[in-house]
Design a protein around this ligand. Sequence first.
Ligand SMILES: [Zn+2]
Length: 313
Amino acid sequence: MELLKQLYAIHSPSGNEKKMRKFLKGLIKNNVPGASFTVDAMGNLYVCKGKSETYPCIVSHIDQVQKTHSKDFQAVETKDIIFGFSIGNVHQEGLGADDKNGIWIALKCLQKYPALKCAFFVGEEMGCRGSNKADMTFFSDVRFVLQCDRKGGNDLIWNIGGYTELCSKEFLSATGYQGFGYKLEHGMMTDVEALKDKGLSVSAVNMSCGYHRPHSDEEYTVKSELLNCSKFVEHIIDSCPAVYPHEETGGWGYGRYMMDADTDDAELYDWITDFLFAYPDASFEDILMEFEDYGFSQDQIEVAYEDVKSMYF
Ligand SMILES: [Zn+2]
């Protein structure tokens, strides 16, 4: 867990992920023989280890939502959980376990497996800015794409917001998810969805990796859930040696269907749709709290919220 706590100690807010990228590059250079990496213009980091015809692939995001991170931040580990704390401020502070838990699993697998590809994206929390501009050639020889970027311990996300399918049924059953206590769920926007929208032609999933209360100062990680996710990922890599093709045929995503593709609102509609699928009981105030930081007016959010509600709920 020492590496995990090192990751928690690095403050990596969206738009300023330099420190985390530098840490990862150094770590991979010094500890993962046979791995090479590239960085694109967005700041996304792509790692390829070994030589193989096809590769398992893990993606994660290196930005975090929390803006508060004191100089004396510590990751405090108890028997069951890890949380962040500043003694000076006598206050809990967020870990950025969303998505450092995912980064940690990717790094563990990079050390373990002789052939693996990993992408570390910037700006996921700002609407998947990094993965929306991902270099898709990197994914041309991958078997499937795994992302560990979901709260809790039991969700296997195979579908985003009820309309973007991420993977084939064959792949879902090949993962053996039931054996790890996972259940199939719809999820919210994240990098694997952006990759599917950009034409990723293999199966992808997103899965719970043990963080709770993401985006808040009260964020914490349940160690047993994180470790179970890590075992599940290794199990998929070990037991899925084939390529699992999957073309996204959905094509009626709300943003694409309802809105002129170029309006800024299209993204807001997508986000609200995803949010309401994940939290059907959310009130307008919840929606407002979630999205007003992204530069939309209260009126815009209200109109979008009413539209999405009348369309789906
Ligand atoms: Zn995340």
